[in-house]
Write a protein that binds this ligand. Structure first.
Ligand code: GTP
Ligand code: MG
Length: 414
């Protein structure tokens, strides 16, 4: 959409405001206000030690201000102002991410004369994308579930552009084998990128009272799941969203698996199996203070066989309650090289290793530095088509180049 102030009615001339960061997960909320009058409108909500004129602020400057409603201080605010390629002013305000602060700030902006809109509408207005790559990736920022994933996406635009250009150079100079290898790596990495953006579903299973809910509370860093010394505390499955190393993770707490006769428990256990069958990872928890019985849970050190689905999830096995002496029957299991991870949900011992293992099993170790991948279905399709055009037996470099250039095609909106 081209910004054309001449065609605006007074009502639509109001600057538009939206919160660009997803709720809850992030510690920081980024609000943008876009429009020729945005500096004046935002200025009504700010107080600063030094005189503040947003309209003349240097684009590189970041100002620490107070977000105020008259004499009431609402929050600290970091403020930047820029004008992309002669477009409208874009005032960006970083506040703390609590939903009530964000709501209050948006309400104040509305009272100051801004129109509060959905983030997609604001991006459409503010973003004069340089190329197809930027246009496709920027909207994904709104859906990023962690701040780290959003930062990765923001950097990806340039990195992926550079890589595609380098691939085009390789193809042009006849280095097709190398180009093929690099393209194959990009296509493969798209699976990891998908996990980074959609998040991991880790279903925690095991016999009753093994410490599943306690473990989730420790991993998710808060007291959410009900814990008790009575077996059968958790009945229905419950989701606990969190993040590990910037990767969004949903832990799913489930009812303990055992030979139940009570119909409600049987139903709860059926649901546990159902959840396990759609998990990315099944985290199988056993209690090392009671006799070792691998048969107690179908998910122990192997692909689960719940009988409900053809999908066999990856299983990570943990022996919990390592703060207590293990039952003698565990001795061989714990000393085996391929044995379970030894952890204590109560003291958090071994939980760093467990988190590292979960990230490694998803192929996301070192993702902040190393992960470079196409992220939208169209980008993945272009890369795959280019790869198959470089097939070793009948390589067609021109077609491969065409597919790759598609990714960089210039912006045509408006
Ligand atoms: N010493 C010790 N106790 C633990 C540990 N983890 C859990 N517990 C205790 O084990 C008992 C059961 O914990 P829960 O987390 O409720 O177990 P659960 O597997 O969710 O149980 P159900 O929901 O009944 O299937 C509680 O008394 C916990 O405090 C641990 O690492 N060490
Ligand atoms: Mg429980």
């Amino acid at each position: 959409m081209v910004h054309d102030p001449a065609n605006r009615t007074p009502e639509t001339d109001a600057p538009i405001a939206a919160c660009l960061t997803p709720p809850a997960m992030g510690g920081v909320a980024v609000i943008q206000v876009v429009g020729s009058d945005a500096p004046r409108v935002v200025g009504k909500c700010l107080r600063s030690r030094r005189p503040l004129d947003l309209a003349t602020m240097d684009p590189g400057e970041i100002r620490l201000c107070r977000w105020v409603n008259g004499d009431e201080v609402i929050d600290d605010a970091l403020v930047t102002v820029r004008q992309d390629r002669g477009g409208p002013f874009i005032v960006e305000i970083s506040l703390h991410g609590g939903p009530r602060i964000v709501q209050r700030a948006l309400l104040m902006l509305q009272q100051a004369g801004a129109r509060v809109v959905e983030p997609e509408e604001l991006l459409d207005e503010a973003c004069t994308a340089a190329n197809a790559m930027e246009r496709e990736i920027l909207p994904l920022l709104l859906k990023a579930k962690t701040r780290a994933a959003a930062v990765w996406l923001a950097k990806l635009v340039q990195k992926l552009t550079d890589r595609i250009k380098a691939l085009l150079d390789l193809i042009e100079s006849g280095e097709e084998t190398l180009a093929r290898q690099e393209l194959a790596a990009l296509c493969q990495a798209s699976e990891q990128a998908k996990k980074l953006l959609t998040g991991l579903r880790v279903v925690v299973v095991g016999a009753p009272n093994t410490g599943k809910s306690t473990l989730i509370n420790s991993l998710a860093g808060r007291e959410q799941a009900i814990v008790s010394e009575l077996p059968g505390t958790t009945r229905d499955w419950v989701e606990h969203p969190t993040a590990i190393d910037g990767v969004p993770v949903v832990f799913v707490d489930t009812a303990g698996i055992h030979d139940a006769t009570d119909p409600i428990e049987q139903e709860a256990i059926r649901r546990t199996h159902q959840q396990a069958s759609v998990a990315d990872i099944v985290l199988s928890v056993a209690d090392l203070t009671i006799p070792f019985e691998p048969g107690r849970s179908p998910y122990w050190m192997a692909g689960g066989d719940s009988g409900t689905s053809a999908h066999v999830p990856t299983v990570v096995a943990v022996a919990n309650k390592s703060d207590l002496p293990p039952h003698p029957s565990w001795q061989d299991v714990l000393s085996a090289e391929t044995g379970p991870l030894r952890i204590s949900a109560l003291t958090s011992a071994g939980l760093n290793d467990l988190e590292t293992t979960l990230v490694r099993m998803t192929g996301l170790t070192g993702w902040r530095q190393n992960l470079l991948a196409p992220v939208t279905p169209r980008q993945v399709e272009c890369c795959r088509a280019a790869l198959s055009a470089l097939d070793a037996r009948q390589a067609d470099p021109q077609t491969a180049s065409r597919w790759l250039k598609n990714l960089l095609e210039p912006e045509t909106r408006g």
